[in-house]
Structures are given as C-alpha cells and as structure tokens.
Design a protein around this ligand. Structure first.
Ligand code: F6P
Length: 490
C-alpha cells in the first residue's frame, strides 16, 4: 500500500501535547488510518550547525523531526511565514513586513527540509505538505529528483489576488505553487482567489480540462473543507447527567476559544458584548462571556498589540458592568487542555466564533459536535470564517458590524427550542458528513489521481498506487467532501 508522508511546520506529539491546533489534529486523525510518517519541525530551537532529522515512533504513528536554529525561527517562522504570508493571506497588508529580508532563509529552511526528507521517500509514497510555511518545499523536492505525487493543503484563507500580488516575491511563490500536483483549499472563495492569483502573477492558464497551467507545469486545485472527528466530542452513558447537574441554569455561558491572534476579531467581540449589556440591562447577571485566548507568536509585534488592547477592553467592561457576585467577562489568557473542551462546549449555551477572516475554524465544528441534540446551544458564526460556507444554519454575523453582532446575540439567546433543534440537526449532519476522515480520504484520492495525470502514466503502472486508489474509491464516503473532490479542477 502507498505510504502517506505528511509534512507540516509543527509536528505534534499527541502523547505529550496538552493542546493542539486544528491542523495538527487533522493530520493526526489521517495518519492514524494510513501507514506513513509525519515530517517537520519538533518545536525546539537548537544551534546545531547541520541539524539532522530524528525518527520516533509514538503510539500508532512515526514522526521524523528536526529543530530550527534561532535565526531560522526568526526569519522563516516568525518572519516570512507569520509576518509576511500570514497577514497577506488574511488580507492585512498593513501588518506585512515586506522589507525585512526574511525570504532567503524561508527558502533555505524549505530546501533543508527537502534535503532531509528526500532520502526517506520510497517510489510509491504520496507526499502531502501542509500550510504556508512550506510553499517552496515541492519545488525543492523536485530539484532533488523526487517524482512522487506531491500535494499541498493550505489551512488558512487565500485573500484576494490583489493582496497576494503585493508580496515582492509573488512570482516565485506562484511558481513554487506550480510545482505541486494538487493544491487543496478550504472554500470555493479560496479556489477562485488562488486561480485569480496564479493567472495574474505568472499568467497561469485555466485549461479546458479544468487544470491550471503555470509555465510548463499543470496542477489541480480543489476545495476540501477540513473536518473534525465528531466521536472525540461524543458523550457516553451517564456522563451527560453528571454534567447537567453541574451546569448553572441561572447564568448562561457564552463560549469563545481562539488563539490570541488579530485575525480572530476579539476586540470586536468584546466591544459587541459590552454594547449588548448596555442596550439590554435585563441580561445583566444572566449571561457571562468566557473567552479563552491562548498566547501565540508573542514575539511578533502585532500580537503584543492585540494582547494589550484585549486586556484593557475586558477590564473596562468588567469595571463598568460587574457586580460583587457577577463578572461579565471571564477572560483567560491560557491554553485549554483538549480533554476539557467537550464539557466546556456542552455547558455553554452559545458558541461565539467571530473571526474577521479564518481558513475554516474547527472550534465552530467542535461546538456543534458537543451539543445535546435534545437541548442544543446556538452557534453564532462569522460570515468570514471558512466554516460559514458549510455551516449556513448557524446564526451568521458580520464581525465588523457591532450592531449585527449584538443582534446575533439577542437572536441566539431568545431562539425558540424548536428552531434550535432544527438548526442543530442540520449543522450536526454536515459536521458528521464532512469529518476529518472524509477530508483525508478525499484529498489523498485526488492527489493520487493528480500525480498520475502529471506523470502521464496509467494507474496500473504502479500496482501499489493503483491498489491504494481502488481501496479508497471503494470505501470513500458519499458526502459533501467527496462531491467537492470529484469537482477538483472545475
Ligand atoms: O492554521 C494555521 C496555523 O498556522 C497552523 O499551521 C498551526 O497549527 C496553527 O495555526 C498554530 O500556529 P503556530 O504553529 O504558529 O503556533
């Protein structure tokens, strides 16, 4: 059977990690079912001159990881990845540090990762690379003679072409994308933006076959919305009763869980909540906003700014409306263990997920999966989260419009039970149908096909690959994700 080689910037040891982002969980869920290994950064900074990859088998999967030097960490991770590509792809050109000279080391780290990965690749392996840190990696692997199918999945959104064209190295980025066989993104809007960018940056052409030509290369682009494993959030017999008994029926909790990132719309969320309390005095003492905002990328200036702003907003709202026995905002600047998420979601009457821009946002899906179908909470979701394309039965809001946010809060708090149930039923169906399993299978199957198209060989020329494809085609679930995968390139 073809092995799956997953590559991402950060590799997570699930036996040790207290907390893991959506990307790590999605990769882990896929690798659990497929033989292969996970390659990338081990999260350490080490000054070793030529760091070598280390292979470790943990639980059911193998990781091959290496450290970064302090200079790599600064220029490749904090610099080009998180101070150029991250803000631009989220359409925040004002925060992009184009002049800092980070690009050379960004490419250098990708080339080093490729050099260390190439000797581990076997002829039938399928290589799946994740996220904006690693755009040049396929090109670097091709330079080393790797001919295997290589796919790229971007977990973050793709801003409008006009924003991406502002990157001084935009042509090199577009050509590096052209080295992949398949690029997967979260939404149809991202597909359109990516094609638009390739067309404008390097005269990419949309071919009648639906593929895109970039110089001499041809690739597929498709929408594969990432999902969760809903069983992680399911309740066993007896567990629900214990939790219900602990719930405070007098004060309804509104839950927010977001990394402390300027893309998450946290100041707008706090301001809207303050406005709601101002305009709806009846709700004072009856609701509390619990916002977890774990620290992230703190050495980047824009992240330090948002921290100060949020602390001041929480302080002023609590100071203005708080009472001796009621604090309106419970703001927690810490990570939250994954093992506690399910119970917190279940005991929160509203999930408030209002990013200004987000690739998918798996918190929205986790919130839905944790609810009691008989007495579900309500999801309020930003129109600008990738998840909104699928979860249209949530209360959709414009996070820039405080009036719309307060209106959404009121609608959610006053929603009749029958409507809550009907909305939740549809949302849960979507979350279940487009789960992590379906995402992994559909991307893998599309990547195998795309690889065969590039090499121009019939599927039978690689028996292992052919068998893997047949197996996937036979078992793939008939669901939304699969339907979208079938449209790859259209
Ligand atoms: O989803 C985007 C992403 O950069 C992921 O790649 C990553 O897992 C998550 O955000 C957390 O970011 P970081 O690895 O910078 O802590």
């Amino acid at each position: 059977m073809a092995r799956l080689v997953m590559v991402s910037n950060r590799v997570i040891d699930f036996n040790a990690a207290q907390q893991a982002g959506g990307v790590g969980v999605a990769i882990y869920n896929t690798l659990e079912r497929q033989s292969g290994f996970w390659f990338g950064w081990d999260g350490r900074i080490d000054e070793t001159d030529d760091p070598q990859p280390k292979s470790v088998s943990i639980g059911g999967y193998t990781t091959v990881t290496e450290p970064l030097t302090a200079a790599d960490y600064n220029d490749y991770y904090l610099g080009y990845s998180n101070s150029v590509l991250w803000p631009v792809f989220h359409n925040r050109l004002d925060l992009a540090q184009f002049e800092a000279g980070y690009y050379a080391r960004y490419v250098e780290v990708n080339a080093r990762f490729a050099k260390h990965l190439a000797p581990l690749i076997e002829p039938d392996d399928v290589i799946w690379i994740h996220d904006y840190h690693l755009v040049p990696m396929a090109l670097e692997l091709r330079k080393l003679g790797i001919e295997n199918p290589i796919g790229f999945f971007l977990h973050i959104p793709i801003g409008p072409a006009q924003a991406l064209l502002a990157i001084p190295e935009n042509k090199a980025i577009a050509r590096a994308l052209g080295a992949y066989d398949l690029i997967g993104v979260q939404t149809q809007t991202d597909v359109r933006n990516l094609i638009d960018f390739l067309q404008q940056s390097v005269y990419g052409r949309l071919l009648p076959s639906g593929r895109i030509r970039v110089d001499e290369a041809e690739l597929d682009v498709g929408c594969f919305p990432v999902g969760i494993d809903p069983s992680d959030f399911a309740f066993g017999p007896g567990e629900e009763e214990a939790l219900a008994a602990a719930e405070n029926d007098n004060v309804h909790r509104i839950i927010g869980i977001d990394r402390l990132d300027y893309t998450k719309g946290l100041p707008q969320k706090f301001k809207a909540y303050g406005k709601f309390l101002e305009e709806n005095p009846d709700y004072r003492r009856r609701i509390v906003l619990s916002q977890f905002a774990p620290p992230t990328r703190e050495s980047v200036e824009a992240y330090a700014d948002i921290k100060a702003e949020l602390e001041s907003l929480a302080g002023s709202i609590n100071g203005r409306f708080g009472e001796l026995d009621w604090i309106p905002i419970n703001y927690i600047h810490r990570t939250i263990p994954r093992s506690e998420l399910r119970d917190i979601y279940r005991t929160s009457r509203i999930g408030l997920v209002t990013p200004l821009k987000d690739g998918m946002n798996l918190v929205a899906k986790e919130y839905i999966a944790s609810q009691d179908p008989v007495d579900p909470g309500v999801l309020i979701l930003s129109k600008f989260a990738g998840a909104a394309e699928q979860l249209s039965d949530a209360v959709l809001v414009n996070p820039y419009d405080l009036g719309d946010l307060t209106q959404g809060l009121k609608q959610a708090l006053e929603m009749p039970m029958a409507e809550k149930r009907a909305r939740h039923e549809k949302l849960l169906k979507t979350v279940r149908e487009s789960d992590a399993d379906a995402w992994g299978r559909s991307f893998f199957a599309a990547l195998v096909k795309a690889g065969q198209r590039r090499i121009g060989r019939p599927s039978k020329s690689s028996p292992a690959m052919g068998r893997a494809l047949e197996r996937l085609q036979g078992t793939a679930k008939k669901n939304t994700t699969d339907r979208m995968a079938a449209n790859v390139g259209t």
